[in-house]
Design a protein. Sequence first.
Length: 240
Amino acid sequence: MEVRGLSVAYGKVEAVHQVGLRVEQGRIVTVIGPNGAGKTTLLGALMGMLAARGGVNYAGEDITRIEPEQRVSGGLCLVPERRELFAAMTVEDNLVLGAFHRYRKRDKTIAADFEQVYRLFPRLKERCRQSAGTLSGGERQMLALGRALMSRPRLLMLDEPSLGLAPLVVRDIFRVIAGLRETGVSILLVEQNARAALQVADYGYVLETGEIVLEGPSAELASNPRVIESYLGLVSAKAG
């Protein structure tokens, strides 16, 4: 995906201004920044859920005017911050919904993908008959990721996957995210947890008040004094 001069406004207030970024195949790219920086708005625009100005090219095609459903069919998938699970439905039925557009195409590889998701998240297999509403926060995030993977995404966009999770669960989630790189899935990771995001990503962007203010390989950003001071804290500064 290549994004050029993307701007999004709510009325007269511009939440995202002239953002440009690139996600290459099989790479993890992160966008870090404070609350209110425009990160979630950016993802909404990339999925076609928010009106935007600028250009968005995906797999070599201009998708600026393509509806969200078509973007999903083309391999774009968003795991939103709130996870948006169907609480009254079972874990398994939530996963089935992730593959809905593939069912309509009579895709015969769906059963294999169930097993792949259950290998990544054994706890989901243990709870496959439970309703999603009974899961813990970490399990709900696992289910949201698993449901997204059932759509066989080419580009997976994750909005704050660590939000509200215990440190040990965050470590597990990021381990899975890192492993997805080996499957060829490209990932655009939006995160407030800058330390975890930069550890797993290949390249990063810093978004502040709707604008990209820094970018570079993740290792370089992690050693940048401005990033250390604003996002990584004094421990990292002393370690550096």
